[in-house]
Design a binder for this molecule. Structure first.
Ligand code: NAP
Length: 481
């Protein structure tokens, strides 16, 4: 753990396991409550001591991007070893993280306030007011297992860009990538000419509830940025008092495939969007909504696309779908699959799991005849299932898209501009993507769900708004004018 500028250990350690074969790939310290408190104390002291200008913060973050770039292949291997995504996908995540750091570096130079035309109100013609943006202080960043590098960068990058200090806390099953990232941040801090106070950048590993409670209770933590499951997000929201909280939570995202689209191409994207990272993506396609009259054609195209995916060892060339991150995740998917089949859904392809596929591996699986109340339609699956639900007409499609407590992202394939416009207006989700799947994300776009999918937005510029505050400065009529 990186606390106050030193790498420190703890009495207990957490083993990190390779999801595909269950081999131990490393271990990290299990922070005590005292160590998590020390990390926040160090961050608070460093925030007070820091004099980094916008340009110096730009240098820090862009140098960190170069450090990550230089270690890209090694970091991708660490990522695959602990998370289990195929190596080319891990390499893709590293490339995105480099860009997220570069975008954050640029954003450090764009901490704009605004001039307020005071004469808009009667009697204030002689007053001049503007806002200036200031950092908050200590930002705590808690991340999930599924994108252990880029999601940490999405918090640490904007937090540092805005002039805060940070304490990162990665998921306990995928902490090693975060350790590599913080080594890169530390190397960047040492490399730039400006003096970066020890403790500006801290990393603690260990139990989410222990570290999370320290973040909730420590007065110096001004913001908690959390990505993870909805129950933990709700716990943080309920206990955070006056602390700024950003919550990027779960989803049960719909993608509508309408009759006027190219069904084969749409189906290929849907399967990609449902099975990428073995379905462990917050905005993966969780429900495919299709009109009854094209159901057979869509299902056949989905089956072709799903059967073309290569399942196997994430380190082997050509593998496109590999293991779930751990036994819990795997068993959740198995339960949702079995109970949905028991409820009457038809397995159109796939449906095999475990055994010779690998202990935590589930084949890409297309299910037809799924109805809205079946478990795979109701819950966030977080596995490579493609449940197809039929709808009567477009009204029904919109109704069904909204038939969930979640509201992260949605997708619609159509050539009809009126349907596209209706979906954009009427689907209750943080993003509506026309002619692609719900799983679309670029790192600089505003990203964050409605309803149980969260509060606030990420996407560098938008995260910076959460990690900074506007102070009003007023100049008023002097005595000598
Ligand atoms: P999780 O179990 O909620 O864990 C996420 C993080 O929270 C981990 O670092 C975990 O630490 C920590 N944590 C656990 N209990 C905590 C507590 N009481 N207080 C504070 N922190 C606590 O989620 P996950 O299984 O890793 O990730 C999957 C979920 O994340 C899915 O629901 C997915 O949709 C969501 N997700 C959302 C987005 C988005 O942008 N909306 C992106 C990716 C994932 P430990 O590992 O030590 O328990």
């Amino acid at each position: 753990m990186l606390i106050g500028g030193s790498w420190v250990d703890a009495d207990e350690r957490i083993d990190v396991i390779h999801p595909y074969d269950g081999e131990r790939v490393g271990s990290v310290p299990m922070a005590t409550e005292g160590q998590a408190t020390e990390a926040v104390d160090a961050a608070a002291a460093a925030f007070d001591a820091s004099t980094l200008s916008a340009y110096e913060r730009y240098e820090l973050l862009s140098t960190a991007a170069r450090e990550v770039e230089e270690r890209a292949d090694e970091i991708a291997r660490i990522l695959t070893s602990e998370q289990g995504k195929p190596l080319p996908d891990a390499r893709g995540e590293v490339d995105r993280a480099v860009q997220t750091l570069d975008l954050s570096a640029e954003q450090a130079k764009r901490m704009f306030g605004e001039y307020v035309p005071m004469d808009a109100q009667r009697g204030f013609a002689k007053d001049h007011c503007f806002t200036q943006r200031e950092p908050l202080g200590v930002v705590a960043a808690i991340t999930p297992f599924n994108f252990p590098l880029n999601l940490m960068v999405h918090k640490v990058g904007p937090a540092l860009a805005a002039g805060n200090s940070v304490v990162g806390k990665p998921a306990s099953n995928t902490p090693l990538t975060a350790v590599a990232l913080f080594e890169c941040l530390e190397a960047a801090a040492d490399a730039i000419d400006a003096s970066v106070p020890d403790g500006l950048i801290n990393l603690v590993t260990g139990s989410g509830s222990t570290v999370g409670d320290v973040f909730l209770e420590h007065d110096a933590v001004e913001a908690i940025s959390f990505t993870g499951s909805t129950p933990v997000g709700k716990y943080l929201a309920a206990n955070s008092g006056m602390t700024e909280v950003t919550l990027e939570l779960g989803g049960n995202d719909p993608t509508i495939v309408w009759s006027d689209t190219d069904i084969e191409q749409a189906a290929a994207q849907v399967v990609g969007g449902a099975c990428s990272n073995a379905g462990q993506v917050c905005n993966s396609v969780e429900r495919v909504l299709v009109p009854e009259d094209i159901e057979d054609e869509v299902v056949a195209a989905l089956v072709d696309a799903a059967e073309s995916l290569t399942v196997g060892d994430p380190f082997e060339a050509g593998t496109e779908v590999s293991s779930m991150v751990d036994d819990d995740q795997f068993e959740t998917v198995v339960d949702l699959f079995e109970s949905t089949v028991d409820a009457g859904a038809t397995v159109e392809c796939g449906g095999r799991y475990g055994g010779d596929l690998g202990p935590r591996t589930f084949e890409p699986t297309v299910l037809s005849g799924v109805t809205p109340e079946m478990p795979a339609a109701r819950e966030e699956t977080f596995g490579p299932l493609v449940p197809v639900i039929t709808v009567e007409d477009f009204d029904d499609a919109i109704r069904e898209a909204n038939n969930t407590n979640y509201g992260l992202e949605a997708g619609l394939f159509t050539q009809d501009i009126d349907r596209a416009k209706r979906a954009a207006d009427e689907i209750d989700a943080g993003g509506v993507n026309i002619n692609t799947v719900s799983g679309f994300r670029a790192d600089h776009m505003p990203y964050g769900g409605f309803k149980d999918s969260g509060v606030g937005k990420e996407g560098i510029k938008y995260a910076v708004e959460h990690f900074s505050r506007a102070k009003l400065v007023g100049f008023h009529q002097g005595f000598n004018a």
